[in-house]
Each structure stands twice: as structure tokens, then as C-alpha cells.
Design a protein around this ligand. Structure first.
Ligand SMILES: Cc1ncc(COP(=O)(O)O)c(C=O)c1O
Length: 429
């Protein structure tokens, strides 16, 4: 079936699809079943999209009801009205004006336009390793090789190193570093910008870069720098938002109330909906807040409103934020046990069900494990019924928020067996 689709599918699809070659028939909670009837435990979860697990009964019920009523347009629907009220009850204090979009990058672009409208300035600062999307503006703000050969980039885009302590860009150690990375942000603003900084954009925990957890002082320090420069702080919560890290929003871990949060992925739990939330005052800024200034064709359509309502209702009713905190802590402990056992596990970090595991050739050089070895780990896991993102040495773990301890133990059991095979076979090099 994959082969029958292949001639018509353009290259460049997600690695997990290409490497697994799976054709999926159905899913249920943390399990997916392929068209041949093989069942897999899925701890990649559509890269943080699948917050509720596959085919959650309540999610299906709410979306089916909506599809029978109305599916098109931007007019208020009862489910969207209820959904926005619920979302606003969970966003950081004061950020209760919400606009909806269809994809993550679109929401971040909207946040950039909002920052320009509010500050009347045009420069942005973001971080090495940060990922914010692949459209022109967001591409300019990402801090990895995705943008290579796609230049020129947007004028006014500046970057600084993130607080990536395992591989500190300054070669320092926390806490004796005195948070040199934050001080460096201040220097970049001073020496590189033209005094027109509209916003600093950051992920409260970097997702795509490897679920990198900064020290607690980093985000507050960045917010102080934004304020010193009359710029907004945008917390890109596409991955961290909606319970993933054991809190509703990632910025809550650091005691920061940003000026704007962007959200997506778990927000619609599979339906392509994203959004941003900011204050009443900021969202009034023109042209963003002028009639049709912040809207789009599909943003907040009736299906999107229903998907958000379903997602937030299930997260609330099943206590999934608390589940992410509790089960995530268990999963982190289990990964730390594996780290004691296997020298090629260099670092384990995380918050809630957002966990990063760095696979290295050896712990002193910290050289990443070869991609080919990681691809073999992926196939060995797949053969044992586990879909994971272990194909990358910066192994990202982000299962559905509904996962329980027993299922975590099954997944970790498979990883233990596969890592054990790698240890015995001398690294497959
Ligand atoms: C933090 C963050 N922002 C924005 C995006 C872009 O989202 P999308 O792929 O829906 O455009 C992503 C995607 O992974 C992300 O992780």
C-alpha cells in the first residue's frame, strides 16, 4: 500500500513515515494497527499532536455531532464559544484574547504581525535550536539547518544560543556559569539590532532540538531583556502547551507570564487547528486588530472549534495535565535507570511527558551516536511493536497524555531490550 502511494507522494515527508513504511488502518489510545493487523505502541504520538490518544470516544462523538450540523465559515458556533471560554480559563493570566489558525507556523507568523502592530517595530530575536515553522517569517527565526539554502532570510531576524546545558555553547557549567547565555542575549540585542526589537520568541522547553529543559532562571531573564527593550515576549507553546509538560503551559514552570502564547498540536488533538492568546490591549493594536486584520479562511471554523472543545474537555475531565506530571515523572525515572545501565545514554531530561534522551558514542566526547545506528535502533523497536523517535540521537519522547505507568513500562522494556542488543553487539558500527 505504501508502494502504491509512493509514486504520487512528494519527497520530504516526516522521517517516522519514511523509516517505518507503515500504512495505518486504525488506532486506539496508545496503540495503532496497520493494514495487515500488526499492532504497535506509539510513543511518538504524531510528534506531540496526539494528546488524547488515538480515536478517543469523546473526541469522536463531539466531532461527529459537529460534522452533522455545520462545517464551514467563521461565524460563532456553540462549541467554539464554549471552547474559547475553556481555553481562556487555562491560558496564563490576562492572556484571554484568542485568535485561531490552521497550522503552527501560521500562528507564529500571526504572533509576529501582532508584535509589529503593537510595538511599531520590526526586529525579532529567537534562539539556536528553536523551531517555529517553515514559512518565510518563521523560517528566519528558527535556529537550525532547516533554513539552509532557502535564503535570503527576513531582515531584522537575530539569534542567540539557548540555555542548552548538556552542550553549553559557552563551554560553561550551570550554575557557576552565572547564566552567561542570558547575558549574551542582552549583548546580541545591544550590538546586533537597530533598536527596533518587536519581540523575543522562544520555546519554554525546546522541542524539535531535543526536548531541552533550560535552567529555571533562563526564561525570566529573557523576559527582563524583552522588557528592557520595549519588546514583547512570545512563548511558542506549540509543543509545550495543553498539558504536555505537566502544566497547562510550559512558561508556568518558570513563573513567567509572557505577552503572547502560541498554541497548536495538542490544542486540536489531531484536527489542524492552532492559535495565539494575548491581552485585550495588545490584540487591539492595528492593523492586526482591525477588521479582518488577524483572520484567515479556516481559522476557528466550526470543526476546529469542536476539536478544541473536545480536546480541552477530555484533558480537563480525565485529569491529563496531572497524568502527564505523574506518569512523566515515572518515565523519566525509568529512563534514568537505563542511563545507569548503558554508557551510550549521555543525558536524560524532561518535564511531564516531554522527555529528551541523548544517545552518544561516549559520555566524555558527547559525540552523537551515528544516525545509521539510531535507524537500526528504530527498526529493532518497530520489530518489537514500538513506534518511537529513536531514529535520531537526540531521542525525543512524547507519548499521548493518556498513557499509564504500565504502558510506559512496556515501552521502556522494549527500549531496554533493544539498547541491550546494541550494547552486546558492540555498537553496530
Ligand atoms: C514550537 C513549534 N512552533 C511551531 C511549529 C510549526 O508548526 P506546524 O508544523 O504546524 O507549522 C512547530 C512544529 O513542530 C513547533 O514545534
Amino acid at each position: 500500500m505504501v508502494a502504491s502511494e509512493a509514486p504520487y507522494l512528494a519527497p520530504g515527508t516526516q522521517s517516522i513515515a519514511t523509516l517505518s513504511g507503515l500504512a495505518i488502518a486504525r488506532g486506539e489510545n496508545c496503540l495503532v494497527e496497520d493494514v495487515d493487523g500488526n499492532r504497535f505502541l506509539d510513543i511518538a504520538a504524531g510528534i506531540c499532536v496526539n494528546a488524547l490518544g488515538h480515536a478517543h470516544p469523546r473526541y469522536r462523538e463531539i466531532l461527529k455531532a459537529q460534522i452533522d450540523e455545520v462545517t464551514v465559515g467563521s461565524l460563532t458556533t456553540p462549541r467554539r464559544a464554549e471552547a474559547l471560554k475553556k481555553v481562556a480559563s487555562h491560558t496564563p493570566p490576562g492572556l484571554d484574547r484568542i485568535q485561531l489558525y490552521s497550522g503552527g507556523t501560521e500562528a507564529v507568523e500571526a504572533a509576529m504581525r501582532l508584535a509589529k502592530s503593537h510595538t511599531k517595530k520590526y526586529e525579532f530575536l529567537s534562539f539556536w535550536g528553536g523551531f517555529h515553522g517553515k514559512t518565510a517569517g518563521t523560517l528566519s527565526l528558527i535556529g537550525d539547518g532547516t533554513k539552509n539554502h532557502l535564503g535570503p532570510m527576513m531582515p531584522g531576524a537575530h539569534h542567540a544560543p539557548y540555555a542548552y546545558c548538556y552542550r553549553c555553547p559557552f563551554g560553561l557549567k550551570y550554575p557557576s556559569c552565572g547564566l552567561e547565555c542570558a547575558e549574551f542575549v542582552r549583548k546580541v540585542v545591544k550590538h546586533e539590532t537597530t533598536g527596533e526589537l518587536a519581540a523575543i520568541l522562544m520555546e519554554p522547553i525546546q522541542g524539535t532540538a531535543g526536548n531541552i529543559v533550560p535552567p529555571p532562571e533562563f526564561m525570566p531573564a529573557v523576559q527582563a531583556i524583552a522588557r528592557e527593550n520595549g519588546a514583547l515576549l512570545v512563548s511558542d507553546e506549540m509543543i509545550c502547551g495543553f498539558g504536555r509538560t505537566g502544566k497547562w503551559f510550559g512558561c508556568e514552570h518558570w513563573g513567567v507570564v509572557p505577552d503572547v502564547v502560541t498554541m497548536g498540536k495538542g490544542l486540536g488533538a489531531g484536527f489542524p487547528v492552532s492559535g495565539l492568546a494575548s491581552t485585550d490591549e495588545i490584540t487591539r493594536a492595528r492593523p492586526w486588530g482591525a477588521p479582518s486584520g488577524s483572520s484567515s479562511s479556516y481559522g476557528g471554523n466550526p470543526m476546529a472549534g469542536a476539536a478544541i472543545l473536545a480536546a480541552v474537555t477530555v484533558v480537563e475531565e480525565q485529569g491529563l495535565v496531572e497524568n502527564a506530571e505523574r506518569v512523566g515523572a515515572h518515565m523519566l525515572r525509568r529512563f534514568r535507570e537505563l542511563q545507569e545501565k548503558y554508557p551510550f545514554i549521555g543525558d536524560v531530561r524532561g518535564r511531564g511527558l516531554l522527555i529528551g534522551v541523548e544517545l552518544v558514542k561516549d559520555r566524555s566526547s558527547k559525540e552523537p551516536l551515528a544516525k545509521e545506528v539510531c535507524a537500526k535502533l528504530f527498526q529493532e523497536c518497530l520489530r518489537r511493536g514500538l513506534i518511537s523517535m529513536v531514529y535520531n540521537p537526540n531521542f525525543r519522547v512524547n507519548p499521548p497524555l493518556t498513557i499509564d505507568q504500565g504502558t510506559v513500562d512496556v515501552a521502556l522494556g522494549i527500549l531496554d531490550e533493544v539498547f541491550g542488543k546494541l550494547a552486546c553487539d558492540g555498537g553496530w558500527n
